[in-house]
Design a protein around this ligand. Structure first.
Ligand SMILES: [Zn+2]
Length: 368
């Protein structure tokens, strides 16, 4: 799998099963069970599920360390916003993400740990994205001429963001119902596709632009969908020029565009000015918080017009009891996982200048 979404700061994608330890791994408990006074240090058996990830794959480990670093930096700033707003539920979710993959176990060159599964976590979203690509890529390859459609409405301010997103969801549902009936009467193509909700922030205007990315099988369906969207929203709420249709040249890249999950972490000051240098990108913490908050309870990714076959990716219910393992903890200061006993680090990750610049100087907590 190539690193094809680096340009969006989404970082590399890897295909793997998410391994989880069945029970929380409690350091204290393990310590009391370590036999002392002999040369043999026995650890209590630990039950793990999943296949684990290969620690010999240094590029995967590096990418994971990079994501963990970015996520933690961003999440710490978001926690401060949640505290200020008194949103304890959000604070809890964010703390969960901060501790995602915090304690890990390595056994037989495989790494196991707890994953938070939250949208803001780039570690978890990269795994989820890989699953979605595995699931939908074969489908796209069967479609005649896949097109990517971007459906937007006029930008709005933070306070109207949640209701706008919900209105967009209702609008899409309405279009699907209408076109389904029309198709059943033999008057119009069947609407089939996959869609995702994403939201950009424009720091210059302090506005939000929630939009749908939709992949449909043909240009005809793309045009049909755009026309219905325009008809429903009227010129008061949307502009024809803002709706984009383009053929998908590379199915995998097209899919990555759709399974981005919500919002880019680092964004341009003005998303309309496309040619912004990477180093001029920022994370606008307040805006990111507003987007996360507005997306609460909304499904971001969905399919329409077809049923999926039962997950082709078989969930591996692989579990094993191990007695020979190392425990490691994530250490924010050195940006790596450290062996609790030996002090050895897991990955060779060192952030490059560009990433250091992003996390040290481009996380904006001032813009409200
Ligand atoms: Zn996570």
């Amino acid at each position: 799998m190539k690193n094809s979404n680096q340009k969006n700061n989404c970082y590399t994608i890897d295909f793997e099963f998410i391994p989880t330890a069945k029970k929380p791994i409690e350091r204290e408990k393990l310590d009391t069970l370590v036999q002392t006074g002999t040369n043999i240090t026995r650890k209590p058996p630990l039950e793990l599920s999943g296949l684990g990830s290969d620690i010999n794959n240094k590029s995967v480990l590096n990418a994971r360390a990079k994501r963990k670093l970015v996520t933690n930096k961003v999440v710490l700033a978001l926690i401060e916003v949640a505290k200020k707003k008194g949103d304890s539920e959000m604070e809890k979710t964010l703390r969960n993400t901060y501790y995602c993959l915090h304690k890990v176990v390595v056994s037989d060159n495989k790494l196991y740990g707890h994953y938070c599964g939250n949208r803001i976590c780039t570690v978890c979203t990269s795994i989820r994205k890989a699953r979605m690509i595995n699931k939908y890529l074969p489908l796209l390859q069967c479609w005649e001429k896949p097109h990517l459609v971007t459906l937007t409405t006029k930008s709005c301010y933070a306070k109207g963001l949640n209701s706008r997103m919900r209105a967009m969801k209702r609008a899409f549902k309405k279009i699907l119902a209408k076109c389904k009936k029309r198709h059943q009467r033999g008057k119009g193509p069947k609407l089939v596709g996959i869609k995702s909700l994403e939201c950009n922030f424009n720091a210059t205007n302090r506005t939000y632009n929630p939009h749908y990315h939709v992949i449909v099988p043909t240009w005809e369906v793309a045009i049909y969908l755009k026309r219905e969207w325009m008809k429903l929203w009227t010129k008061n709420f949307t502009n024809g020029w803002a709706q984009d249709i383009r053929p998908i040249k590379n199915n995998e890249e097209g899919l990555i565009e759709v399974v981005k999950y919500g919002s880019k972490i680092f964004t341009e000051q003005d998303p309309n000015k496309k040619k912004t240098k990477k180093t001029n990108r920022y994370v606008y913490i307040s805006a990111l918080y507003n987007i996360l908050n507005s997306m609460k309870g909304l499904r971001l990714f969905d399919r329409f017009g077809f049923e999926t076959q039962k997950d082709k990716i078989q969930k591996v219910n692989h579990s094993s009891k191990i007695t020979n393992y190392d425990e490691l903890s994530y250490c924010p200061e050195i940006m790596d996982w450290v062996n609790d006993e030996t002090g050895e680090t897991l990955s060779d990750f060192t952030p490059d200048w560009e990433l250091q610049n992003l996390i040290n100087h481009r996380i904006d907590t001032t813009l409200q």
